[in-house]
Design a protein around this ligand. Structure first.
Ligand SMILES: C[S@@+](CC[C@H](N)C(=O)[O-])C[C@H]1O[C@@H](n2cnc3c(N)ncnc32)[C@H](O)[C@@H]1O
Length: 222
């Protein structure tokens, strides 16, 4: 854990943070009580600011869970007219559907049911912003689709990329069960940093965030 992520500082930042709407607070409380993984407060703030500044119209999210981050993104700018969010867990989809209805976001947020490996293949169109927040070992597999679906000048954000700091350790020093994810996440971060279509910043906040800007047309097939 780095100095900037120490608990004192996180508590201080929490104490000075503005209030969320009641519905956002209720969904967060449900997630915490039921061990549903949702974005941390630092990622929430980050997404809200990026969306307010960039003013995306169409957003793609990979990993809906119970709809928390999609509702937050839809609240972040009036520019947002459509959020397509991909989720494979039926249990999550049921709860997300209720939350999206309660937040009166049915006309903006559409859940696309199924494994993103498949649903991404079938997805067409161009998105202004893509938020990747699903199984960490699959980010590298999803990346070519993200590059295809992200418009020039678009933004790709991903969460949970530093694996509690494991990412910086040698693969031999981490538990065996973590090694495949470790290798794939390293490939993903390497590709974000070296793909000529992207400019990327990797930020050691929350669970590790990446922010990429698509500068030119995707040339991964060349
Ligand atoms: C970290 S949670 C998403 C949290 C959500 N973005 C939020 O902050 O409110 C990750 C979600 O991705 C889903 N998921 C993981 N792998 C997936 C895949 N291959 N296709 C679709 N959904 C997937 C999981 O079921 C889980 O609900």
């Amino acid at each position: 854990m780095s100095h900037i992520n120490n608990q004192n500082i996180l508590d201080y930042l929490k104490a000075i943070r503005g209030k969320d709407t009641l519905i956002i607070e209720q969904i967060r409380r449900y997630a915490l009580d039921n061990n549903v993984p949702i974005i941390k407060d630092e990622m929430k703030d980050f997404l809200q600011v990026i969306i307010a500044a960039v003013k995306p119209v169409k957003i793609l999210e990979i990993g809906t869970a119970i709809g928390y981050s999609s509702i937050i993104m839809s609240n972040s700018s009036e520019s947002v007219k459509q959020i397509i969010t991909l989720e494979k867990s039926e249990e999550m989809i049921k709860i997300a559907g209720k939350n999206i209805t309660n937040a009166e976001k049915n006309s903006i947020i559409k859940i696309c049911i199924g494994d993103a490996e498949k649903t991404l293949e079938e997805l067409e169109g161009q998105f202004d912003l893509i938020f990747m927040d699903a199984a960490k070992g699959q980010y590298i597999t999803f990346l070519p689709h993200c590059l295809r679906l992200l418009k020039k000048g678009g933004i790709l954000i991903s969460d949970n990329v530093l694996q509690d700091g494991y990412i910086a350790k040698s693969r031999w020093s981490i538990p065996r069960r973590q090694r495949t994810i470790h290798r794939r996440m390293r490939q993903y971060l390497w590709e974000l940093n070296h793909n000529s279509a992207l400019k990327t910043a990797i930020l050691p906040i929350a669970d590790g965030i990446t922010l990429s800007y698509k500068t030119e047309e995707d040339n991964t097939d060349e």
